[in-house]
Design a protein around this ligand. Structure first.
Ligand code: BG6
Ligand code: MG
Length: 223
């Protein structure tokens, strides 16, 4: 059985349910431009950096805008998003997320955040979990968007662990692809019918106890 030394976590949709606010903010952008986003479009926007997500939205609507207008639309979307999440507290963490992070760290398993979001540091502060990560790689540190593996490779590097000893937890198709492109195991968080490429899919971190049965076992420095 392979054993793993580090756990790399996506933020939105894995640790906290902010994905819904990202999508609501993009829906408003689309509405302003005169079209609607379908429910299925949400998957296309998950894990994708802010400007790339805007390009996806514009492509869906068949809309072309100037670079200046694109920057304005992205800033407007972000303002809406930041407003929506401004009241986030530790209670908004997804079930089992805090407990799993604490359990891993108690055992000396290394943890890193690998998020495309430039709002990640602020969200970690609001959730009061900054000290549960040995490294934080966010969208302002690494600008290459998932499925590019850079965000996770930078996490592994910061932890000093080989990619093959890292497990990535991801709710986005692009994030699962990024993990694999970085030679890492990908645990999908969500629906197996959507995350078809993930090595294992669990409904949330509250079900992380199922991973051992799938051969995913962490070994920490204190084990
Ligand atoms: C990812 C989300 O975590 O962050 C994407 O899944 C989002 O939907 C991306 O576009 C960038 O976030 P932000 O906060 O920098 O606009
Ligand atoms: Mg996500």
């Amino acid at each position: 059985m392979t054993t793993y030394r580090a756990a790399l976590f996506d933020l939105d949709g894995v640790i906290v349910d902010t994905a819904v606010h990202h999508f609501a903010a993009w829906r408003q952008t689309a509405a302003e431009l005169g079209f609607t986003l379908a429910d299925e479009d949400e998957e296309l926007l998950k894990g994708v950096g802010r400007m790339d997500a805007l390009r996806v939205v514009l492509h869906i609507g068949g809309v072309t805008v100037s670079e200046e207008e694109a920057v304005r639309l992205a800033a407007e979307k972000n303002a809406r998003y930041v407003e929506a999440i401004s009241t986030i507290t530790p209670e908004d963490m997804l079930p089992g997320a805090r407990e799993y992070l604490v359990e891993l760290r108690d055992r000396g398993v290394l943890t890193a955040l690998g998020s495309a979001s430039r709002n990640a540091p602020m969200i970690l502060e609001c959730l009061e979990i900054v000290d549960l990560f040995d490294a934080v790689i966010d969208g302002s540190v690494v600008t290459e968007a998932k499925p590019n593996p850079r965000v996770f490779l930078a996490g592994a590097e910061a932890l000093g662990v080989e990619p093959s000893a890292c497990v990535v937890f991801e709710d986005a198709i692009a994030g699962v692809e990024a993990a694999h492109a970085g030679d890492m195991v990908a645990v999908g968080i969500g629906d197996p019918a959507v995350l078809t490429e993930a090595d294992v899919v669990i409904p949330g971190l509250h079900a992380a106890g199922e991973l051992a049965a799938h051969g995913i076992v962490f070994v920490g420095s204190d084990d």
